[in-house]
Design a protein. Structure first.
Length: 113
């Protein structure tokens, strides 16, 4: 298994941010959002590739956070092809009163030889 991490920060006073991460060959089987911050306004996250193909629609950032339970089983399952740039979009309904930053960890299963 390989891992890719992308850090996204929505600066204070902003409503959105995007960040790209290159995922090599394999299958993105899951992801997990890690943060020590609480946003001042609800943050929603969407995943798509650079060709605007949607991987996951906008939902609360909380849906991407690990839940209680087994380390891997508590991750957000995706099961999409890798070998592409993944764009992480984060947006709020109003400008943030303080910056909100998170890491999104992708779990990438290597292709079988």
């Amino acid at each position: 298994m390989n891992y890719k991490v992308v850090t996204v920060t929505i600066p204070k006073g902003r409503e959105q941010e995007r960040q790209e991460v290159k995922v090599e060959d394999g299958t993105i089987i899951a992801c997990a959002l890690h943060t020590d911050h609480v946003p001042s306004s609800m943050v929603k996250i969407k995943l798509e590739d650079t060709n605007l193909n949607e991987i996951h629609p906008f939902v609360s950032y909380k849906e991407f956070q690990p839940t209680n339970g087994n380390h891997f089983e508590s991750r957000k399952h995706l099961n999409v092809d890798g070998n592409r740039d993944v764009v992480v979009f984060a947006k709020t309904s109003k400008p943030l009163q303080k910056a909100f930053s998170f890491d999104l960890l992708f779990y990438v299963e290597k292709p079988q030889s």
